[in-house]
Design a protein around this ligand. Structure first.
Ligand SMILES: [Zn+2]
Length: 190
């Protein structure tokens, strides 16, 4: 059985001109029979909320076996130190090197049964999403879909390295997902 929960819903605040003034990624816990996975450990600002949520679910930090980074932007990758025993996964093509991380090179890779890492480039070259077969088909999209509004308008992320690839990635996610968890904000129905 696979369960998926939001540990901290990320924010994305913009000023009047649309410039991002503060950002924290949404942080997710996936509980499977084959280990506990955290996706996007977000920012230091979110650290207390992530800790509280884990306690509420009865999860010890050391029990988390894998941390998946959808990409290497700073608002997604802090708090790695909370999970000392976890293997860290990141896709090839990101600018930053994360010490000790496993670099995924495939277009698609099964992490554990029911959980796949899928390359969804465009926001960054190495952006990847997590496709989860639970009671519904979930996609944890990272900034391939930064907000629900990007999805509703089929609008690629404002920050992108390749707008056309980003749009194709949104379509790839749309083909699979019942529920999408964007890079910032709460889950929504696809
Ligand atoms: Zn980003």
């Amino acid at each position: 059985m696979i369960r998926l929960d939001v540990l901290a819903p990320g924010r994305l605040e913009r000023d009047g001109e649309g410039k991002v003034i503060s950002a924290d990624s949404t942080c997710i816990l996936i509980r499977t029979d084959n280990g506990l996975i955290v996706v996007d450990p977000s920012t230091n600002y979110m650290r207390p909320m992530i800790k509280d949520s884990l306690r509420r679910y009865g999860v010890m930090f050391g029990d988390v076996s894998a941390v998946v980074l959808t990409h290497a932007h700073a608002d997604h990758i802090q708090n790695l130190s909370l999970f000392p025993k976890a293997a860290i996964y990141i896709h090839e093509g990101e600018d930053i090197e994360i010490e000790g991380a496993i670099v995924v090179k495939e277009e698609e890779m099964q992490l554990v049964p029911g959980v796949r890492l899928v390359h969804t480039p465009g926001h960054t070259e190495g952006s990847m999403s997590v496709f989860v077969d639970a009671d519904r088909r979930f996609v944890i999209a990272g900034d391939a879909i930064p907000t629900e509004s990007n999805y509703r308008k089929m609008y690629p992320p404002a920050v992108n390295c390749n707008a056309e690839a980003a749009l194709q990635s949104i379509k790839k996610i749309k083909r699979y997902a019942d529920v999408i968890i964007p890079g910032h904000g709460f889950p929504f129905m696809a």
